[in-house]
Design a protein around this ligand. Structure first.
Ligand code: GLU
Length: 479
């Protein structure tokens, strides 16, 4: 049997978001699970919607997530080029052949004529579709119009019929072509729009399975009609369900950070993002922990993908991510959190790389959401201007003796190394006669200006005795 060949075919109209990442991921997982080929194809024939920089940003995000492709615009392959704007001649030839075999015809209607036609149809309660009036032009009429300088579009001739196909996710699907109208295969400027380019490429690139969002389900009819006219066997289709937010509304920008590059620059780990996105329609992942792509691929089963709407829950992503952040190397912690630390104004120049890595690792293991990484990392740089809770904690009756006991211990040369932390705090507790929360809250507040943050153990070991004493002796209060 021929190996599976799948493609992710984004239009470069914006950045990678959760929805198209799910499509890319499921294609990738299917290819890797079946030992097949994953292709990246850029669908950029609709130049009006093209956004500068979108292709680069999509490619960058996919690479950072580890979703590598076997054929694509940058790596080439047997069906190159993989950018549709570089394949226009191929579509023109294919449309010519479709025209010659009688499945299409030139249409000379102007935009205003078409608009008037649409309006009239809507007014009489019919779906606004092209009337087909150019279909019956005689060769002499065509020649006359062309002589007059009108460049036609080429329209596919849609006949009334039922079209059925089996969808891997949705089961048997059937459509009637009645409402489609004769659609455009080639614009008057010689450029093939999405339907034509995509159908042609799926055939020419020998795609075996098309995995894409449910919003493309109705487009499949046009794709199938074109493929039939080309005399080609269509691929299998799998249309993935719609993605809703945690409240059951259609996923929108307001529902949280949906831009994948923003997530990657905002402290989210690739494995956590991939795992959370893999859960959108596939129950093979529990979401309890972030899994590497290789593990997701091993478990992936396209026949288990659900047709019910998927729910994207940003809190679940935070949860999986926070857990994954606890077990990364200091180097990865720094790479992941650096943009957040930069945004918070962390003074990198005051620390060695090794210390910044330690700080990042300490922060990574303490955050619930990566947004906390900014202020948490700043606690290693300075004592923050105390907030209300910190002021209150230091105003507590036991606060003074708790802080004083630590000051004395450090003055006496107590070590603040990781291994010394437990015995040190035990003796501070005994001397002060205070323990638990009453001990830790004032000490933490005096050191950092906050009642919460990274582990005290990390703070003491990283800032060291001199800075600890300086902070503890610094007058406390609002600036
Ligand atoms: N270029 C289309 C999009 O970005 C995808 C088309 C397809 O997968 O067939 O929505």
């Amino acid at each position: 049997m021929r190996g599976t060949r799948v493609r992710f075919a984004p239009s470069p109209t914006g950045s990678l978001h959760i929805g198209n990442l799910r499509t890319a991921l499921f294609n990738w997982l299917y290819a890797r699970k079946t030992g097949g080929t994953f292709i990246l194809r850029i669908e950029d024939t609709d130049s009006a919607r093209y956004t500068a920089g979108a292709e680069t940003s999509l490619i960058d995000a996919l690479k950072r997530l580890g979703l590598n492709w076997d054929e694509g615009p940058d790596v080439g392959g047997p069906h190159a080029p993989y950018r549709q704007s570089e394949r226009l001649d191929k579509y023109r030839d294919a449309v010519d052949r479709i025209l010659k075999s009688g499945y299409a015809y030139p249409c000379y209607c102007s935009e205003s004529e078409l608009e008037a036609e649409r309006k009239a149809m809507s007014a009489s309660g019919r779906p606004p579709r092209y009337s087909g009036k150019c279909k019956t032009l005689s060769p002499a009429e065509r020649a006359g119009l062309e002589h007059g300088g009108i460049k036609p579009v080429i329209r596919f001739m849609v006949e009334d019929r039922a079209i059925s196909f089996h969808d891997g996710v949705r089961g048997d699907v059937s459509f009637n072509t009645r409402d489609i109208g004769d659609f455009v295969l080639m614009r008057s400027d010689g450029v093939a729009p999405y339907y034509m380019a995509s159908a042609y490429d799926d055939v020419e690139m020998e795609i075996t399975d098309v995995i894409r969002g449910e919003d493309h389900l109705s487009n499949t009819v046009r794709h199938l009609l074109i493929m039939r006219a080309m005399g080609a066997t269509p691929p299998r289709y799998h249309h993935l369900s719609i993605i809703l937010d945690a409240d059951g509304k259609k996923l929108s920008k307001r529902a949280g950070a949906l831009d994948v590059s923003e997530l990657l620059n905002g402290g989210y780990l690739p494995d956590a993002i991939n795992t959370s996105v893999a859960m959108l329609g596939w129950a093979g992942v529990t979401g309890k922990e972030a899994l590497p792509l290789s593990k997701l691929a091993e478990a992936f089963d396209i026949s288990k993908v659900s047709r019910s709407p998927a729910h994207f829950d940003p809190e679940r992503l935070d949860h999986v991510n926070a857990k994954a952040l606890k077990s990364i190397t200091p180097q990865t912690a720094l790479e992941t959190l650096r943009p957040l630390m930069e945004r918070a104004g962390f003074p990198f120049e005051n620390f060695s790389t090794e210390t910044v890595e330690k700080i990042s690792a300490a922060v990574a293991s303490s955050v619930h959401t990566p947004q906390e990484a900014g202020w948490m990392s700043m606690q290693f740089a300075k004592r923050l201007d105390p907030d209300d809770e910190a002021v209150e904690a230091l105003g507590a009756p036991e606060a003074k003796s708790a802080v004083a006991a630590l000051v004395e211990a450090v003055k006496d040369g107590a070590s603040l190394d990781y291994d010394s932390y437990e015995p040190l705090m035990k003796s501070v507790a005994e001397i002060a006669g205070v323990k638990g929360k009453n001990l830790f809250r004032p000490i933490r507040s005096a050191l950092t200006g906050r009642v919460s943050g990274p582990n005290l153990k990390d703070i003491l070991a990283i800032i060291g005795p001199a800075e600890t004493l300086r902070r503890l002796n610094e007058p406390f209060g609002r600036k």
